[in-house]
Design a protein around this ligand. Structure first.
Ligand code: PXP
Length: 243
């Protein structure tokens, strides 16, 4: 059994471009849930560039799927998570100037502050995973910090070409097997799309994949024809009614 977590951040990105209330990431999440998503994922960034605190609160009220909050492991975000009460938190590295999360968390170097964050969230009944590269040192550190699981960063695999592709895939396979062997729940995500997801979804130890950009991009393409047809019908009807 493998769960699909749909990340709706970029629905909010389109909304924030106009600072109005559409498209609503919560409505998109409910459609995703109705279509089979077992998890809805949002990244509440410190700069609030897409998802807002109110979106997470509304998701908390309306979702039946699990709510997975991606966030930086800071004291401020920890307080926010304890108020918003998602089912799951995935701790990610965050830099303001980045376009998206670049690389996994360094759980070895940042062990001390992360330990406190992991334990406070877990005490509140939130399941905690760390977004890490498929690197044995990071898996060991994640286990040692008391995380429930890891989300393996699949971005390097997704960007690899030629012989590197198989090497990166093998790194994800090996990391999945050793993380599961340590008792960690194994998730994967970043950069996955219809063209590269199959070998990752085939890895037995992976129980959840979080996918955002490619699903939102596909939704725009699939929905464009309908949106144009609806508008065309409206303006044509207005003209023929003689308004
Ligand atoms: N997992 C994590 C930890 C992420 O930070 C992101 C991007 O927000 C994703 C998964 C989804 O990545 P993508 O949008 O490339 O599918």
């Amino acid at each position: 059994m493998i769960r699909l977590g749909v990340n709706v951040d970029h629905v909010a990105t389109v909304r924030q471009a106009r600072m109005i209330d559409i498209p609503d990431p919560v409505e998109a999440a409910l459609l995703a849930e109705r279509s089979g998503a077992e998890v809805i994922t949002v990244h509440l960034r410190e700069d609030r560039r897409h998802i807002q605190d109110g979106d997470v609160a509304r998701l908390r009220q309306r979702l039946r799927a699990r709510l997975n909050l991606e966030m930086a492991g800071t004291p401020e975000m920890t307080r926010t998570a304890l108020t918003l009460k998602p089912d799951d938190v995935c701790l990610v590295p965050e830099r303001r100037e980045e376009l998206t999360t670049e690389g996994g968390l360094d759980a070895v170097t940042h062990g001390k502050p992360l330990r406190e964050v992991v334990s406070r969230l877990r005490e509140a009944g939130i399941r905690v995973s760390l977004f890490v590269d498929p690197d044995p040192k990071q898996l060991e550190a994640s286990r040692e910090l008391g995380a429930d699981g890891v989300e393996l960063h699949t971005g390097t695999y997704c960007n690899a070409q030629g012989p590197r592709l198989e090497q990166e895939l093998e790194a994800v396979r090996r990391a999945s097997s050793s993380a599961a062997g340590m008792g960690l729940e194994v998730h994967g995500g970043h950069g996955l799309n219809a063209g590269n997801v199959t070998p990752i979804a085939a890895i037995e130890e992976i129980v959840e994949l979080n996918i955002g950009h490619s699903i939102v991009a596909r939704a725009i393409m699939v929905g464009m024809a309908r949106a144009v047809e609806e508008m065309k019908a409206l303006i044509t009807a207005a003209r023929s009614a003689g308004w």
